[in-house]
Design a protein around this ligand. Sequence first.
Ligand SMILES: [Zn+2]
Length: 215
Amino acid sequence: MMFFQTLLDLIFPRSCLNCHSRLDSSKILCEKCHTELEFNQEIIQSDEHIFDCAYAVYDFNEIIQPLIHELKYNEMRNIAKFLGKQASKFILENPTFPKIDYIIPVPLHKVKKRSRGFNQAELLTKEISRNCNFTHLPKVMLRNRFTTTQTQLGRIERHKNVSAAFDLRKAKIIQGKNILLIDDVFTTGATVNSISNVLKSNGVSRIIVLTIARA
Ligand SMILES: [Zn+2]
């Protein structure tokens, strides 16, 4: 495996995913592009949402966009590791970040997960739970309905599309707890809101949403 990777590096030298400058380590971005990424300080908090607040580590800028795309469609585990590490840093460096009992990824429907082979939110959750010492509950939320791709739908349709698409298992364990819900991108918040609805009706105390980027 190591030999194969070395061979690959010789044929296709690693380069920065943003500016394509040559990298000699297993990094994703060069030093210059990495320092251009700044943590987003804005917190989404409104009565319109069922979750208590939502953080996005970054704005959806031209550096983050291709990283999310690669993560979602090409299962680049080194990107999941990198983004998960940044999210962990974001949490650990924020002294006012809420106290968390459990961390849960936004689930993919099992058919979609099978065809894609992985759930990008789960890859991020694994990395964050390891770095921040949060307890990961990977199989508590299930997606019970195969929803149409969100990007082709309007705002109201999105809400309809995701409502009642989630099921909860082992509801007892989460009662009175603070949950950190992880996804790659926050768009309208419809998906995390639907999950929050299920969690809150099953006695969850607080729901904090964290995504890598906000569209
Ligand atoms: Zn670069």
